[in-house]
Design a protein around this ligand. Structure first.
Ligand SMILES: Nc1nc2c(ncn2[C@@H]2O[C@H](COP(=O)(O)OP(=O)(O)OP(=O)(O)O)[C@@H](O)[C@H]2O)c(=O)[nH]1
Length: 617
């Protein structure tokens, strides 16, 4: 969805650019055409002042004046920083005439008919030329200017001296209209580059190919701001020429830094190292310039020639490094390098024009920036798509892994839960399970009216085995009994180890049937002596107490106590016995065991005997 949104935004921007391009290229309709005045003359140096404080040269006749095709860079400068230009103005044709000058190097006073009508720039306290920026100038003329002489007094310590661009006599309204028309395209390309910068910055911040997108964001931002700061309409947005030129210089100087960053990321080995040195050199220059200009040490205008000199060397070097590793680049990287190969000569040409090495002409820098920006947009979208696909793939893998781990965890939990209900030594269910399962069996017995019979078994004189043969031997006896109980367990019967040497089992069978089965087990157990390795532990017996619902108790909850009483009775009766609880017979204390067999236990035990609970403690 985000890609579709970005593409829609891009399409809207491109349509806007197409409209801007058409508008920029459209010839003005109607109105009085502008005139590029001819017949300029120049004179090096500065005029003395007359008694009224006016320059004498305003009235001087022909002596010392030389003809020049255009009022800029007269020959034989010899380090001079003052020059005069003059011009006899042609016939008046306009309603609100102005003299439009695209740029002046650097300070100028304009006189018409011996009167100062315009001044731009000044000298600072130290009588040095104070750079005030390179704005366009719209100099209002009186309607009767025809035939009068216009004089320009120009000061410059820059590489150029004079006027720049297409100096025209034009109607004020038409001048504004042309400014806006000529800016439309540059502003549109600038908007595209800035939008690209924002998108790339978002990608960079979100951590996707941080370096690449960071460099693209820097390039988009620098070229977008540079184009905006160069568009004639900038002055209509804010009348701050020096501020715009600072912005232009900063963004212009950052272009090789951004380009170097983009390319260095793709290159390898020594090409990469050299590319890094080149962009670092430019970054150092930017930092130095900002420091010196802000500190008032030098004029901003002086930093341009130095930068341009640097650029003449580094730009071709950057291009050469990128082309050197052409084979190692992928398709999208080659596209960017090709666009750079278009942009770099345009930058150099613009620079040559600015310093007068080429005749003045507008250089379509915006096309270079546009090509570079569009290729970056295409690559960004391509990479974003790829990264998105990879993310989706790893997301799927992650989900799969999470599902696997969750299943493993669930299994583990199940196992742990199972373990928590098992007795570690014998593998039988433990007391925890007994409590839950027995409660459930009680509910079922009551609701279905079924019989529930509970037996509690306890090994006889188990302590002696421990004491004589050791705890491990005792353990093996416990395991033997557990194995026997498990092996003879009926379906639907639960066998548990309650703790120590005490076991319990319950089922829906009758007490007599259960007692008969336990007696058989007791017979088996004591028939064969238990051995552990070479050691014979002797014969082992157990005693058991049985109670049943509803036969012995109105509620199955009371069975545990009754079965325990029966067990107690079996123990007191001589052990090795299975006793069924009975409320009607004599107390078991008076009974004598006769080997394995069923004994009837009393309902209660009295005298000095401990209760079953006390015994268990
Ligand atoms: N080896 C072993 N001994 C245990 C375990 N749990 C409890 N015992 C021992 O079992 C013995 C139980 O002793 P008593 O309660 O005196 O019971 P008894 O010796 O069997 O005597 P009667 O029950 O009266 O026949 C104690 O010595 C406990 O230390 C166990 O898991 N393994």
């Amino acid at each position: 969805m985000r890609v579709i949104g970005a593409l829609t935004g891009l399409c809207v921007l491109l349509i806007g650019m197409f409209v801007a391009w058409n508008w920029t290229m459209r010839e003005p309709e109607g109105g009085v055409p502008s005139v590029e005045p001819r017949g300029w003359e120049y004179r090096w140096g500065d005029s003395p002042l007359d008694s009224d404080g006016l320059p004498v040269w305003l009235h001087a006749a022909g002596s010392g004046w030389q003809p020049i095709a255009f009022p800029a860079n007269p020959p034989d400068r010899d380090g001079r920083d003052k020059v005069w230009f003059r011009l006899r103005l042609p016939d008046n044709q306009w309603h609100d005439p102005v003299l439009f000058i695209p740029s002046i190097d650097l300070i100028a006073q304009v006189y018409l008919g011996g009167r100062l009508i315009y001044q731009y720039g000044d000298f600072d306290a130290g009588d040095r030329i104070a750079f005030a920026g390179w704005p366009w100038h719209m100099i209002a003329l009186p309607r009767d200017f025809a035939g009068k002489t216009l004089c320009l007094r120009v000061f410059s310590d820059y590489t150029s001296i004079g006027l720049w661009g297409q100096v025209r006599l034009i109607d004020r309204g038409e001048a504004y209209s042309q400014i806006i028309r000529r800016s439309a395209w540059d502003v549109a390309v600038s908007a595209l580059a800035l939008a690209l910068a924002v998108f790339a910055a978002i990608f960079a911040v979100s951590g996707v190919e941080r370096r690449s997108f960071g460099a693209i964001a820097l390039f988009g931002g620098a070229s977008g701001l540079m184009l905006l700061a160069e568009a004639p309409a900038r002055q209509l947005i804010a009348d701050n020429p020096l501020g715009w030129d600072l912005l232009r210089a900063f963004s212009y100087y950052m272009l090789p830094v951004a380009t170097g960053l983009i390319l260095a990321h793709w290159l390898k080995g020594s090409a990469r190292r050299w590319m890094r040195r080149l962009w670092a050199l430019h970054l150092g220059y930017v930092v130095l310039v900002v420091g010196l200009v802000q500190g008032g040490v030098i004029n901003l205008s002086l930093t341009f020639p130095i930068f341009d000199g640097l650029l003449v060397a580094t730009l071709p070097a950057m291009l050469a490094l990128a082309l050197w590793q052409w084979r190692a680049l992928d398709g999208s990287q080659r596209t960017v390098v090709l666009c750079f190969a278009v942009f770099a000569p345009l930058l150099l040409a613009d620079m040559l024009v600015a310093h007068g090495f080429l005749p003045w002409q507008p250089i379509p820098l915006s096309f270079g920036s546009l090509a570079f920006s569009l290729s970056c947009v295409a690559i960004s979208l391509h990479r974003y798509h790829r990264v998105h696909r990879e993310l989706a793939r790893s997301h799927d893998t992650l989900e799969h892994q999470v599902a696997l781990r969750t299943a493993e965890l669930a299994q583990l939990v199940e196992e742990l839960e199972g373990l928590s209900y098992r007795d570690a030594l014998t593998g039988l269910y433990n007391r925890r399970h007994f409590d839950a399962a027995y409660a459930q069996a009680c509910r079922r017995a009551v609701s279905r009216g079924e019989c529930l019979t509970l037996a509690i078994l306890d090994l006889d004189h188990f302590k002696r085995i421990n004491d004589r043969f050791g705890h491990d031997a005792g353990d093996s006896v416990l395991v033997t009994l557990a194995g026997l109980l498990k092996a003879h367990q009926n379906t639907g019967e639960s066998v548990c180890r309650l703790g120590g040497e005490e076991f319990a089992l319950f089922s829906h069978t009758s007490p007599a049937a259960l007692a008969a089965r336990l007696e058989r087990l007791l017979g088996r157990l004591c028939a064969t002596p238990i051995t552990r390795g070479e050691v014979c532990l002797g014969r082992v017996t157990f005693s058991a107490g049985i109670a049943s619902y509803p036969m012995h108790s109105a509620s199955p909850d009371g069975l545990l106590r009754l079965a325990d009483e029966a067990l107690y009775c079996a123990k007191r009766g001589g052990r090795s016995t299975v006793a069924i609880y009975s409320a009607s017979v004599e107390p078991c204390l008076q009974q004598a065991p006769a080997g394995p067999g069923t004994r009837h236990a009393p309902r209660s035990v009295g005298g000095d005997a401990a209760t079953p609970d006390e015994r268990r403690q």
